[in-house]
Design a protein around this ligand. Structure first.
Ligand code: ADP
Ligand code: G3P
Length: 496
């Protein structure tokens, strides 16, 4: 009777519900954008209640739109913007503060202090992460130190911390399950990715009570059931993974050396490194890909903070395009950027630079520069940033990619994908389903509940929509890329 799986994909800019059938095809999808809150320069917040409401609203609406009954949903898979931090009172269910978003830079001074004490080396060794305001640990500390009464409540055991996955699961199960999965835990900067437990030394250093933290479970596992009041029936919640790890799973990168790049708000390249965690020499992160059947697999990750968000900036702040897809048409009206580079370091730079104080820059402006050039340069910046992390990844892993699998909203842009192949000198493969984040969460939930037998079965669903072959001579490629490196240098170490 149950014919479908529903994925709830809670991203940085929108909450999405997608229903998949047994062949991994999208039956229906709905999404809702929600408010981005910028209280100070470099600060980013979300309202956890708006996130929860928008997520439940699209889940109900997608069922209504298709006429599919809740009984026909075999399981729900959750996937989420990672690192974003919610702290709530477990007695009232109310957040004590807005969610502090992964992009938020407010905890840069805490990170500087960690580095000046040399504790960053210990953190890197235990968590695989470069100390940065990106991760949840310092965000929790900031809330406990700055929200009146929060520390006292936390010490009394009244507060829960969660990334968005935990916040959603706790609410969807009617407050029964306070859980997360290995992939999300590995993004908190509090989880020892080798011993697979919360790290007492880091918790002590940051003064975070362990009682706030969720139980860590596999990524494909029945965490609980939706409260009857939501869909009228109880549906198992059986998949949970951070959105980038879910995309790796949805792209069926199940073997060591397989990699994908997701072009959403940010851009995240992950390579499966199997049962071995590979430390990086080049500013990449070592992270948990997923935990299945009590075993974890690891990945190397290049995290780029601003990708599609730069296209939204062209739309919402500069107002030089009406919608994101229009960027493709404008970019193709000119044959190059007229020497312009856009470095979208709006919230600092992630991999491989890790500069919390870098800020955005437009370089190479002359009087002949038109909006088409700026739009094209903004799109090209996604491809240059990807080359930065691909080079680091190939060096760390010793593996040369024969093709790069892509997905996410901005991978629909053909100009960008062709330029990407050109600037990498590596072919780019776009699959038929570019909503691989949601697909991966569905696979995890479907595998846990027997809807699919396992990875071998779902791997058969992957197919190419379009292959982009590099078509640029080496000299042009290297000249353009050298210009990018020069532009990045100018944007670094800017903010106080
Ligand atoms: N055709 C396009 N060209 C360029 N960017 C696009 C295009 N379509 C969507 N985007 C960008 O992709 C992002 C949305 O992708 P999505 O995968 O939904 O992201 P997220 O999960 O981070 O919310 C937005 O930032 C949007 O600007
Ligand atoms: O919302 P996305 O898809 O850009 O993903 C955000 C990442 O999970 C941040 O680490």
């Amino acid at each position: 009777m149950s014919k479908y799986i529903m994925a709830l994909d809670q991203g940085t800019t929108s909450s999405r519900a997608i229903i998949f059938d047994h062949s991994g095809n999208i039956v229906a999808s709905l999404n809702k954008e929600f408010t981005q809150i910028y209280p100070n320069p470099g600060w980013v917040e979300h309202d956890p209640m708006e996130i929860l409401d928008s997520q439940i609203e699209v889940a109900k609406a997608v069922l209504e739109k298709t006429g599919i009954k809740a009984e026909e949903i075999a399981a729900i898979g959750i996937t989420n913007q990672r690192e974003t931090t919610v702290v709530w009172d477990k007695n009232t269910g109310k957040p004590v503060y807005n969610a502090i978003v992964w992009q938020c830079r407010r905890t840069a001074p805490i990170c500087d202090e960690i580095k000046s004490n040399g504790f960053d080396k210990e953190i890197l060794k235990k968590t695989g992460l470069v100390v940065d305001a990106y991760f949840s640990g310092t965000k929790i500390k900031w809330i406990l130190d700055n929200v009146e009464g929060a520390r006292e409540k936390a010490e009394n055991g009244d507060l829960y911390f969660g990334n968005i996955d935990s916040w959603l699961i706790w609410n969807l199960t009617g407050g029964k399950a306070h859980v997360t999965d290995y992939s999300n835990a590995s993004r908190t900067m509090l989880f020892n990715i080798y011993e697979l437990k919360w790290d007492k030394d880091i918790l002590e250093y940051l003064d975070i009570p362990e009682s706030m933290l969720p139980d860590v479970k596999p990524s494909s596992y029945v965490y609980g059931y939706t409260d009857k009041s939501i869909f009228g029936v109880e549906i198992p919640i059986a998949g949970d993974a951070g959105d980038q790890q879910a995309a790796l799973f949805g792209q069926t990168c199940y073997d060591k050396g397989m990699a994908k790049n997701t072009y959403g708000t940010g851009c995240f390249m992950l390579m499966n490194t199997g049962e071995k965690a590979v430390p990086s020499k080049n500013g990449l992160l070592t992270t948990i890909a997923w935990g299945i059947d009590d075993k974890v697999e690891y990945a190397l990750e290049g995290s780029i903070f601003i990708a599609g968000a730069a296209i939204q900036w062209l739309r919402d702040e500069l107002k030089i395009i009406d919608n994101s897809p229009q960027s493709e048409e404008y970019a193709q009206r000119v044959s190059d950027t007229n020497g312009v580079y856009v470095v979208p370091a709006f919230v600092g730079l992630g991999a491989p630079y890790w500069d919390m104080y870098a800020r955005g820059a437009i370089l190479g402006l002359t009087r002949g520069v038109k909006r088409e050039h700026i739009i094209r340069a903004t799109l090209e910046s996604l491809a240059y940033q990807t080359r930065d992390v691909l080079e680091a990844m190939q060096d760390d892993s010793g593996i040369k990619l024969s093709a790069l699998k892509v997905d996410g909203g901005a991978s629909a842009n053909n100009f960008l994908m062709q330029f990407q192949a050109d600037i990498l000198g590596v072919p780019v493969d776009r699959p038929t389903v570019i909503e691989t984040t949601a697909l991966g969460a569905s696979y995890l939930a479907g595998i846990a509940t027997g809807f699919w037998s396992g990875r071998e079965e779902v791997a058969k669903n992957w197919g190419v929509d379009r292959h982009f072959e590099p078509n640029m001579d080496d000299e042009t490629r290297e000249k353009l890329y050298a210009g990018w490196k020069k532009a990045v240098e100018r944007s670094m170490n800017w903010a106080d």
